[in-house]
Design a protein around this ligand. Structure first.
Ligand SMILES: Cc1ncc(COP(=O)(O)O)c(C=O)c1O
Length: 245
């Protein structure tokens, strides 16, 4: 498949003005699962709409799974997707939890590579966002994040935890009481789209927890390291980048 240069698509806004809004690209990939036959081939679809049967269980029972990841162009012109096997594993666990047929890891990663290649001209890329919560306690050198089966296991959080450990922080994944917010010097929302969003304050009823208007030093350090790995500026010693072309 031809691989056009990233960022060469003609858009109705300047590339420098792109935000996190959803934008149409060239294609998405469709795969159909049939009982007894398994998953069919990857099909490129240019129409951004899907035709859904009126009886689709995703409409009636909300039976659907979410995934999102990003691709990054490095200065040598190569393009990489970030930790796609983590997304493949999380999609499998979502499928198992919602009683749907799992997508094999290799098929998922191949589909990601294929859709990124086909949409290379639009890269910066494919994403949906919300976030996980992280509290930073600088006095005690701690990175604290909730552990709960109802929290989506964020791949960004997982990556930041590895970097935090590498920076010598203690990482705790556990229940967090609201009252503990007063112990945090920095508070972060994290996800693929923005990597980290520094939280200025948390309000609960009459209680206000302030974390300051500036981005905290630990938040900045973690952000810079993960972005440098994604952009190919820092050595990818964790082996997180998967080359697309
Ligand atoms: C509910 C929810 N939590 C957390 C995240 C962050 O996950 P990741 O870091 O894998 O993007 C997302 C991502 O969109 C999400 O939708």
């Amino acid at each position: 498949m031809d691989c056009p240069l990233p960022g060469t698509a003609k858009l109705d806004v300047d590339w420098s003005d792109l935000g996190f809004e959803l934008r149409n690209t060239k294609s998405h990939i469709k795969m159909t699962y049939k009982e007894g036959e398994g998953w069919g081939p990857l099909e490129f679809v240019t129409e951004p709409y899907i035709k859904l049967h009126i009886g689709a269980t995703s409409l009636h029972y909300g039976q659907a799974c979410f995934e999102g990841l990003k691709a990054f162009a490095h200065s040598d012109g190569s393009v990489h997707i970030f930790r796609p096997t983590e997304n493949a594993a999380r999609l499998q666990s979502s499928c198992e939890r919602t009683m749907m047929p799992v997508v094999p890891h290799g098929t998922f990663v191949d589909a990601c590579k294929a859709v990124v290649k086909d949409n290379m001209a639009y890269s910066k890329i494919e994403e949906f966002s919300t976030s996980n919560f992280i509290g930073i306690d600088n006095k005690n050198g701690k990175y604290i994040t909730p552990s709960s089966p109802s929290v989506l296991p964020s791949i960004t959080n997982k990556s930041l935890m590895s970097i935090a450990l590498d920076e010598g922080l203690t990482v705790e994944q556990r229940d967090i009481e609201v009252g503990e917010l007063k112990d945090f010097d920095e508070c972060i929302a994290c996800g693929t789209a923005v990597v980290v969003t520094p939280i200025g304050k948390v309000v609960k009823g009459d209680e206000v927890y302030n974390f300051g208007k500036e981005t905290g030093e630990t938040t900045m350090k973690l952000y810079n390291r993960v972005r440098d790995i994604q952009n190919g500026v820092e050595e990818d010693k964790f082996g997180w980048n998967v080359k697309v072309c």
